[in-house]
Structures are given as C-alpha cells and as structure tokens.
Design a protein around this ligand. Structure first.
Ligand SMILES: Nc1ncnc2c1ncn2[C@@H]1O[C@H](COP(=O)(O)OP(=O)(O)OP(=O)(O)O)[C@@H](O)[C@H]1O
Ligand SMILES: [Mg+2]
Length: 237
C-alpha cells in the first residue's frame, strides 16, 4: 500500500450474475480529506461501499484499511476497525426517539457516557431539541441527519456517506455540510456519494468517477467537471 493512505481499493470486481457492478476498480484515499464518489445511476457506487464495509463480498481484488486486508471481514468487524457508513435508503427506527436511535449503537462508555455522546451529536447537527421526538415524526432531512450522526457514535476514522444530501432541504443541507466540514477539521476521512455537483464542488478535495463499475476519472472537482469523458457518462446517452 502506498504510504500515507488510510484506504486502498485495489482492482476490486463485484459481479451479480451477469452484471459486473464494480469492475477492476482501484482507488486510494489519504487520511483527513473529503473525497467524492460520483457516477451515473447504477454505476456501482453503493456496491463499492458494500464491498468496503463487508456487506457484499468482492469477487476479485483487495481492500486495505490502515494496512490491513479487510475484504474478507464481516460488517461488524469492519465497523470495529473504524469504518462507519450511512445507507442510501434511510434506516432509522421510526418507533424509537431520536436519542434512542443513537443509543442502540453498541459502543464502550456505559449508558451515561453514551447519552452524553448522543447529546453532543444531536447538538452537532442542531437536532437536540428533538431528542425525545419519535424518529418517524422527523422530516426526511432530519432523519437523514440522525442517521449521519448515528454513524459518528463510534467515532469512526473513515466515514462513508451514501447520498446523505439527497432530498434534504436547503437549511438542513447547510447543517449537514457544515457538520461534514467539521469532521474534516477533526481529522476524519470522508468518502461521499453525491449527485449534486455543487455539493461535491463545495465539499470535496478529490473526486472519483465511476461508470459501469469502472473508475473513469479521478481528480480535484474543478478538473472533473471539465472532463469530457465524465460529462459524456452523465449526459451523453
Ligand atoms: N444485490 C444485487 N443483485 C443484483 N444486482 C445488483 C445488486 N446490487 C446492485 N446490483 C446492480 O449492480 C449495478 C450497480 O448498482 P449500484 O446500486 O451499486 O449503483 P449506484 O451507482 O449506487 O446507483 P445509484 O446512483 O442509482 O444509487 C446495477 O446494475 C445494479 O442493478
Ligand atoms: Mg447507490
């Protein structure tokens, strides 16, 4: 693994029957930066996240986190090593309160410590006044924020966010983007799947582009935006 990388995906391929969802994909992520992962619908972004987090088993290739192979590990083992992720489809528990949704996360620290951490995180995204509200009563955007901070309960070093901004109203989006930037200040590494190029441009230092499971480009967002192959992948068909 090249020095200074926290995550390295090397030649990873994942097939579902006849569909190659991820195709010999390689990417290297340095710690303390915000990376974007973009690509048209069905280009393999979520599947790549699933391979990294152990939900899908890659067919070929290697995945390393902090110099350790993780591609054979189960999801909870990957999580224990310090990788957190959110899901494209919200997975909050609607019949638990916002606070309870955070307390279901198993972490060291005892109930008092966990409550304190949960309250800090609710404040972090300005949801503290809704701590006792059932998650099912929160707006869609608030539920997405809640899912985002649930990932932070275990203080992961690498955070994978699968379209956290989709469907979130502008005010909550600002809170979310501010919180993600603060994570970077705390030294966290973030890999974010996002379709809105404005969000990507405002947040990410580096962007990876997938098309039909292959990485077709990589670079700073302004370079990616001017890349013809990327534009063709998005608009050319
Ligand atoms: N469990 C599965 N079984 C079969 N095919 C799958 C499965 N998961 C994903 N695929 C297929 O793999 C390809 C990549 O899907 P994936 O969900 O990873 O794309 P994506 O880039 O996240 O798309 P979107 O932007 O729509 O979320 C698609 O063709 C999809 O239909
Ligand atoms: Mg997806």
């Amino acid at each position: 693994m090249p020095e200074g990388h926290i995550l390295e995906v090397r030649e990873v391929t994942k097939r579902f029957g006849g569909v190659t969802a991820v195709n010999h994909c390689s990417l290297a992520v340095q710690p303390g930066k915000i990376y974007g992962l973009i690509g048209p619908n069905g280009s393999g972004k979520t599947t790549l996240f699933n391979c990294i987090t152990g939900l899908d088993r890659r067919d070929e290739g290697e995945i390393r986190f902090k110099d350790e192979r993780i591609d054979g590990l189960k999801p909870h083992q990957v999580a224990c090593r310090g990788i957190g992720r959110t899901f494209q489809i919200i997975r909050v528990f609607p019949e638990l309160t916002a606070l309870e949704n955070l307390l279901v996360v198993s972490r060291k620290g005892g109930l008092a410590g966990n409550c304190q951490r949960a309250m800090e995180l609710l404040e972090f995204v300005k949801l503290d006044r809704l701590q006792n509200e059932y998650a099912g009563n929160l707006s869609y955007g608030q539920q997405k924020l809640l899912e985002f901070i649930r990932v932070l309960m275990t203080d992961p070093e690498l955070i994978l966010l699968d379209e956290p901004a989709a469907g979130v109203n502008p005010t909550l989006l600002n809170d979310l983007l501010g919180a993600i930037r603060k994570l970077r200040v705390q030294g966290k590494t973030v890999l974010i799947v996002e379709h809105d190029m404005k969000v990507v441009m405002g947040l990410c230092e580096m962007v990876f582009v997938l098309d039909y499971g292959e990485k077709i480009a990589e670079g700073p967002p302004e370079v990616i935006q001017a890349n013809e192959r990327v534009m063709e992948a998005y608009f050319g068909r």
